[in-house]
Design a protein around this ligand. Sequence first.
Ligand code: IPE
Ligand code: MG
Length: 216
Amino acid sequence: MDGNGRWAKAQGKSRQYGHKIGSSKVYDVFKQCVKLGCESATFFAMSSENMLRSDEETEYISLLLKSSIEEHFSDLLLNKTKFKVIGDITKLPDDIKQVIKNAEDKTKDFTDLKLYIAYNYGGQWDILNAVKSLVHKNHAITTENLNDYLSTTDDFPDLIVRTGGYKRLSNFMLWQSCYSELEFLDKLWPDISDHDIKLIFDQYLNTERNFGRIKK
Ligand code: IPE
Ligand code: MG
């Protein structure tokens, strides 16, 4: 979800305002994805590197995370949506961690839909964590075992969409993206529309995926 800051600047508003509007789009976009047949989506809110921004900005974004979980919690339950935050949230204030934990605990057994938020997440962090867990538990370092210990637990994205105009992954799911389709939109995140998502999905559905094998 790139482009909140540039979007706000273009309106003569603060970066915080951009994040507020950007955050308010997440659940709508998720619902549109579900409507088009997607069962699992992860929204990349903050990378490990984004956390090096000012305290003012990172604290504001953490409050947006808390309030948006509170706002949509009943809908998550109603629609049997498993919710999870992936990333290192150990340094978040206790009240925010509590809201996250409560939403995760109460939705952990749902299997119909999955909504994950990546916060203080890095693909390198994810891989390192998985390897450390394997070593700690004395498990063999194999592809299958490593998959099990990633924060996504064996769930690889079919499609990764980045808004904001840059063509890079910025430390997002480096292991899991091995065969993901990649889509880069020139639009800034707060401007993304249902129509954009429909076009992206249509294009994805028309893409032949061979996973490196020869077509039969
Ligand atoms: C949102 O966009 C992504 C977050 C890290 C919250 P940015 O904050 O990166 O916005 P730009 O790229 O400065 O426009
Ligand atoms: Mg950016």
